[in-house]
Design a protein around this ligand. Structure first.
Ligand code: FES
Length: 106
């Protein structure tokens, strides 16, 4: 496994959102409410890109239909109305030498 750095930990702050292509996948590194997550740039509701999403209080709100997802467990907020929407996926992050990134098989 090789460490693939994404950004300096020191540059990640509340509301951080940056787009990356990692192993051919369109992803976003995001941070809000103490949660840093690497997520697909694709809303679990209807596939809309999330790179213009709003981040507040540990959640990300999709700009298309305004559904909000928790960053800690990926769940959509809204009770029964959103119960069948899959959770937001995320990839395991690793910190190394002051940088945050992921481990990639070589
Ligand atoms: S596509 Fe994201 S909320 Fe509908």
């Amino acid at each position: 496994m090789n460490f693939y750095p994404l950004d300096d930990i020191a540059s990640i702050c509340e509301g951080y959102l940056k787009r990356f292509t990692v192993i051919g996948q369109d992803m976003l590194l995001v941070h809000s409410g103490g949660q840093t997550r690497l997520i697909p740039n694709r809303c679990p509701h209807d596939g809309s890109p999330l790179n213009r999403a709003r981040l507040t209080d540990g959640c990300i709100q999709c700009p298309k239909h305004k559904i909000t997802f928790r960053l800690d467990n990926g769940a959509a907020l809204g009770g029964e109305a959103v119960a069948d929407i899959p959770p937001l996926a995320h990839y395991e992050l690793v910190e190394e030498n002051g940088q945050v990134g992921i481990l990639i098989k070589q």
